[in-house]
Design a protein around this ligand. Structure first.
Ligand SMILES: NC(=O)c1ccc[n+]([C@@H]2O[C@H](COP(=O)([O-])OP(=O)(O)OC[C@H]3O[C@@H](n4cnc5c(N)ncnc54)[C@H](O)[C@@H]3O)[C@@H](O)[C@H]2O)c1
Length: 264
């Protein structure tokens, strides 16, 4: 079995770090990353698009890059191609039409929390969509590293869609807390104390309002969600983006005038 991983960024590196066996070759457009991971023993060699592999993992950072890479792979061994990047659900049909007959396909998006190693890669529940690929084939990719009970199987389309929906939903939840915090500040109400009281109800879990929704995942995925689902004018999800922008703007202005008499 020869294995290849393409995209040695945050997610690609995390996969390699958490694997017991270091049996992957690696490709990245950034040669420094290839050299660094080879020196650390995380990849066994630099990979090549011309070589034959039985297992190929893709963790580059956009749908277009994934499509571009799929067009360059060597399919001679009918490899298992596992797309772990977040991809737009609208691209799934295209992927299946163009490449579905040449390989065993898995769409296996990440849920990844960089600050906590216990919530990443193999040790949390993840959704996987298979096409032309048995569950047994899929589990041959990571062997014992990936507990079978951590994988929920579905179609590739639903795997891709569930990824952006979970992040859009999370975005919405955070924006609710942000709006409540802004409203509380206007009325001089202690938001944290109010949150603690409200959260004592069994079916409520109001999130914290921190420093605005940061990072590319939540911000990109809600936009993909809005575009793919053709969200129209009246929408909680669109309003959530406005609330977050307002919240961030107010926070920024607060920092700027910290020495003066600041009012929210
Ligand atoms: N980082 C996270 O917390 C996180 C969480 C969940 C999902 N994701 C998803 O995982 C995917 C990867 O995210 P990431 O954070 O690892 O991104 P990243 O930017 O850290 O890494 C992507 C890597 O791909 C490489 N690359 C780009 N184009 C390439 C090409 N044509 N050939 C070879 N290598 C190429 C880049 O040089 C980079 O090293 C994205 O789809 C992202 O949405 C990320």
């Amino acid at each position: 079995m020869k294995k290849l991983i393409i995209g040695l960024g945050t997610v690609g590196t995390a996969i390699l770090e958490d694997l017991q066996e270091k049996d992957f070759a690696g490709i990245d457009i950034n040669q420094e990353k290839v050299k660094d991971l080879y020196q650390k023993g995380l990849i066994n060699e630099e990979g090549s698009f011309n070589r034959k592999y039985s297992h190929i993992v893709i963790t580059v950072n956009s749908t277009n890059l994934v499509l571009n890479i799929l067009g360059k792979l060597n399919y001679e061994l009918n490899p298992l191609v596992c797309i772990e990047s977040t991809i737009c659900p609208s691209a799934v049909g295209k992927v299946i039409d163009q490449f579905g007959k040449k390989c065993k396909l898995a769409v296996f998006p990440h849920r990844y929390f960089s600050k906590d190693r216990t919530k990443r890669v193999f040790n949390l529940k993840r959704v996987c969509g298979l096409y032309n690929c048995s569950e047994e084939n899929f589990f041959s990719l990571y062997g014992d590293n990936l507990p079978k009970e951590n994988v929920l199987f579905t179609t590739p389309f639903l795997a891709a869609l569930s990824k952006i929906v979970e992040n859009a939903y999370r975005y919405l939840e955070i924006s609710i807390a942000e709006e409540l915090k802004l409203l509380c500040n206007k009325k001089n109400i202690d938001f944290e104390e109010l949150r603690m009281l409200v959260n004592s109800k069994w079916n409520i879990n109001m999130l914290e309002a921190r420093d605005g929704i940061k990072g590319s995942c939540l911000n990109n995925d809600i936009l993909t969600f809005i575009e793919f689902l053709e969200v129209r004018k009246i929408s909680l999800f669109k309003t959530a983006i406005d609330i977050d922008n307002k919240y961030k703007g107010i926070l920024e202005r607060r920092t700027l005038t910290r020495s003066g008499n600041y009012r929210w």
